[in-house]
Design a protein around this ligand. Structure first.
Ligand code: OXD
Ligand code: MN
Length: 631
């Protein structure tokens, strides 16, 4: 019997023969009164009239309803139930091979004014976009169930939280939203009470003709991920995958929220959030922005290798940051789960993540083991002799292709993380002490450098970049810019976003501003070796940062910021040769002057909109570099 058959029958947790509640027992529209909730009902009716689903199901968010949904998905062949002995309550989804990642080329900011989208976003005028989308959405849910999912980003009713409703015809999206956000009728109560909410509409774009057999992962070759920032709406067509389908995440919590933050004076950021506890028991909160694939989840779940230090996880992808009454910046992780990249997550790189995934996890596009558990490249040192790959084909190490898709994912509740902070759901969030910007840089950028002040920090953030590797298109070594790690996620003109960052910091008293640092775990020596061990040893850099916050160590002024004195780094227990340490912190004025030219080129793409303050930072950097060159 095939593996899928062994575990795909009856996903019930109530035991053989026990009565189970079918999904159809749920889904009633909650009865509430008043003009606000009437507006919600009218909107849902309007979308149903456009998309013509067979049924409308209001998701209430109970555990029993979720179980019924998962059971139905297993019975319909959309999910494979994993062996409960190894992975209780867990499932594997296999996507269509053409629907495996966010589609940035098909992602649009349809703002009224083109200049509000800026040169880094795809723009189409809202009317034109609606004229394109309306015929695509018309009848798009035929033969399917339309789910209405009320959700909150941040705890329901929290002062930093925001709510929304996603309409979707994907049960997979419903199950994922249930993990990644707080879903429930209490959100409808908030809407009824008049709280503003964001409208999000999603269809996989695969209507079914009467009697037509469905496929496990319906989708459409044509895809549109469209944001209307002026009316706080998201419309997504054609994809069932990740950020294209879980609209609360990148679409709402970053693109739309960044616009709300611009207008309300706060920041929606692509940042992990951690609490660092020193051996003296002092607590510090750090948010850190890294482009995708630079180890954000690893840092979020850091296990320090230095004695006495602890890290608690608060979030691994998104932070909402707002000035508090005390004049400091306060941050929450608006999400309720982790949607992490599986390959490369393993015992030796992120044991905390591996432990988090013990059960109750939806895996997508990973490989299946013969024993009904999952596997992906990097999970274990040893490669299993036999697997079913992410496309459902037999696989052995000799197959010559990855068993799991490189963008395969796990979706799991944050509460399952063994080092999650007890108060990770605190509605008011945590006060920020430091902000880190990182990228993957083989050259130039030192292991750590401190910004001299807020506007220098914003300058550094605006210059985040990673070098292209041989695997990506383009010239190897060429810088791929990803300012603030927000390039694909900023819902408005990035130059206005830089100005907003300057404004938010300037409004804070200098003593209350988080300090800003740039980090780079990926610098290489001239022989191509990584100079720094990384992973748990990054705690040594965090220790230096904390000691700077405490005023316990001095720093050395360099043209690019403040560098550590090597003797202040805690290197006990690791063996990094002196020469490597020197290379890790070397600043070559010539190559930095070249970078400054690239920055100027990049800024010029915004046609005069980059704030003068950042040009002043650029000129000051050039001046310091030239002086260093002459010295
Ligand atoms: C993500 C990303 O999925 O940054 O978090 O791409
Ligand atoms: Mn991300």
């Amino acid at each position: 019997m095939a593996i899928a058959d062994v575990f795909s029958r009856s996903s019930t947790t109530t035991g053989p023969g026990a009565a189970v509640t079918p999904l159809s027992a749920f889904g009633e529209r909650p009865a509430r009164e008043g003009e606000h909730v009437e507006a919600l009902y009218a909107w849902v009716d309007e979308i149903a009239a456009l998309t013509t689903p067979d049924r409308v199901h209001w998701v209430g968010g109970s555990r029993l309803e979720n179980e019924a949904l998962l059971r139905e998905m297993v019975d319909e062949g959309r999910l494979i139930k994993l062996n409960p002995e190894w992975r209780p309550g867990s499932y594997l989804a296999r996507s269509h091979p053409g629907d495996v990642a966010r589609t940035e080329g098909r992602t649009y900011i349809a703002s009224e004014r083109e200049e509000d989208a800026g040169p880094t976003n795809n723009w189409v005028a809202p009317d034109e976009m609606r004229a394109t989308l309306t015929p695509l959405f018309a009848g798009s849910m035929r033969g399917r169930t339309m789910y209405v999912v009320p959700f909150s980003m941040g705890t329901v009713g929290g002062p930093l939280s925001h709510i929304g409703v996603q309409i979707t015809d994907s049960a997979y999206a419903v199950a994922s939203i249930g993990i990644m956000t707080r879903v429930g009728v209490d959100v409808i109560d908030q809407i009824a009470a008049g709280k503003p909410w964001v409208k999000t509409v999603h269809t996989v774009g695969a209507p079914l003709a009467p009697g037509e057999q469905d496929v496990a992962w319906p989708c459409n070759d044509e895809k549109y991920i469209v944001h209307y920032p002026d009316t706080l709406e998201v419309w997504s067509f054609g994809s069932g995958y990740g950020g294209n389908a879980i609209l609360a995440k990148k679409c709402f919590a970053l693109r739309i929220a960044s616009v709300i933050g611009r207008d309300e004076g706060w920041l929606a950021e692509h940042m992990l959030l951690i609490r660092v506890i020193s051996p003296e028991g002092k607590k510090y909160h750090i948010a850190a922005a890294f482009p995708s694939a630079c180890g954000k989840t690893n840092l979020a779940m850091l296990r320090p290798t230095i004695p006495g230090w602890r890290v608690e996880t608060l979030g691994d992808d998104i932070s909402w940051i707002r000035p508090g009454d005390d004049g400091r910046l306060w941050a929450i992780n608006p999400e309720a789960g982790f949607f992490g990249v599986a390959p490369g997550t393993g015992e030796s790189t992120n044991v905390t993540a591996v432990e988090t995934l013990w059960g109750n996890t939806i895996f997508t596009n990973v490989a299946l083991r013969p024993d009904g558990d999952v596997w992906w490249e990097g999970l274990t040192d040893e490669t299993p002799a036999e697997l079913t790959d992410w496309e459902g084909n037999p696989w052995t190490p000799a197959s010559g292709r990855p068993a799991a898709h490189p963008n395969s994912r796990f979706t799991v509740s944050a509460g399952q993380c063994p080092q999650i902070a007890d108060d990770w759901e605190a509605p008011e969030g945590v006060p920020l002490d430091a902000i880190l910007f990182g990228g993957r840089r083989a050259t130039n950028v030192p292991l750590v450098v401190e910004a001299t002040d807020w506007s220098h920090g914003v300058f550094i953030g605006s210059n985040i970049s990673s070098e292209r590797t041989a695997a990506a298109e383009g010239t190897v070594g060429e810088l791929r810019r990803d300012p603030f790690a927000m390039l694909p996620f900023c819902g408005y003109n990035m130059a206005d976003y830089f100005a907003h960052w300057l404004r938010v910091g300037k409004a804070l008293h200098v003593s209350k501003r988080p300090r800003v640092f740039q980090v780079n775990w990926f610098r290489k020596g001239s022989d191509g070796r990584f100079l720094w061990p990384g992973f748990g040893d990054n705690s040594r850099v965090i220790e230096w940062i904390v000691r700077r916050l405490e005023g316990a160590v001095d720093a050395v002024d360099a043209p690019i910021g403040r560098l550590p004195r090597i003797e202040d780094l805690n290197l006990e227990g690791i063996d990094v040769p002196q020469q490597d340490l020197e290379e890790l912190f070397a600043v070559d004025p010539e190559s930095w002057l070249h970078e400054a030219d690239l920055t100027e080129q990049f800024y010029s793409t915004f046609e005069g909109k980059v704030p003068p303050r950042l040009y002043a930072e650029l000129e000051a950097l050039r001046y310091r570099l030239k002086r260093a060159q002459q010295a």
